[in-house]
Design a protein around this ligand. Structure first.
Ligand SMILES: Cc1cc2nc3c(=O)[nH]c(=O)nc-3n(C[C@H](O)[C@H](O)[C@H](O)COP(=O)(O)O)c2cc1C
Length: 176
């Protein structure tokens, strides 16, 4: 059962959020919010039940995917940049934040936040996103007691990862 507070946190957020069931094989999405729908062009009913990799289309990005798999299997939070496509076929660089969520001491969900890295976005935008999510997950954790959002890295470490990711992204861009 999806805790009510987690559901309303996701539904009420104005940044894209997506929740995948970590206990079901291939981690299907169980909830996405309106901001996710606006970013990707897909409606909730079109994506719930599917693994979120459909946003990658036919791209070949084994390194980014294995970084994601490492976070998921390590039950760790972190960020990965993925090439994604909106429903209308338009490509975008997705700086994906992932956070494991434990309920009653067991890994229950992964929360994802999709951040469009357009090039105009500054590092502080993405760092602010990471900080915002961590702070809210911590609040949910203390508020509910049943919900334990495990964040194994400190916020500053997480921001450092976001920084490295964006530097990589801009280097890649420059080389193109
Ligand atoms: C909550 C959650 C949200 C995700 N959101 C995205 C996303 O927006 N775009 C994307 O390309 N992959 C996303 N993924 C990652 C893919 O679902 C998948 O885990 C990744 O492609 C690595 O696995 P694979 O190599 O089996 O495809 C998300 C994963 C989770 C758990």
């Amino acid at each position: 059962m999806l805790p009510k507070r987690l559901r309303s946190f996701i539904e009420d957020a104005d940044i894209p959020l997506s929740l995948a069931d970590a206990q079901t094989p291939d981690m299907p999405l169980v909830l996405v919010n309106a901001a996710f729908e606006r970013l990707t062009g897909y409606l909730s009913e079109e994506v719930v039940g599917q693994n979120c990799r459909f946003l990658q289309g036919n791209t070949d990005q084994p390194e980014a995917r294995s970084e994601v798999r490492a976070l998921l299997s390590g039950r760790a939070d972190g960020q990965v940049v993925l090439k994604n496509y909106r429903k209308n076929g338009e490509r975008f660089d997705n700086l994906l934040f992932l956070f494991p969520i434990e309920i009653g001491g067991k890994l229950a969900y992964f929360l994802g936040s999709q951040f469009e890295a357009t090039g105009e976005d500054t590092l502080s935008d993405s760092a602010a996103r990471g900080g915002y999510l961590k702070a809210h997950l911590a609040t949910l954790q203390t508020d509910t007691r049943i919900l334990k959002a495990q964040t194994r890295r400190t916020t500053s470490e997480s921001i450092a990862i976001a920084a490295r990711t964006l530097v990589t992204l801009s280097t890649t861009r420059g080389a193109r």
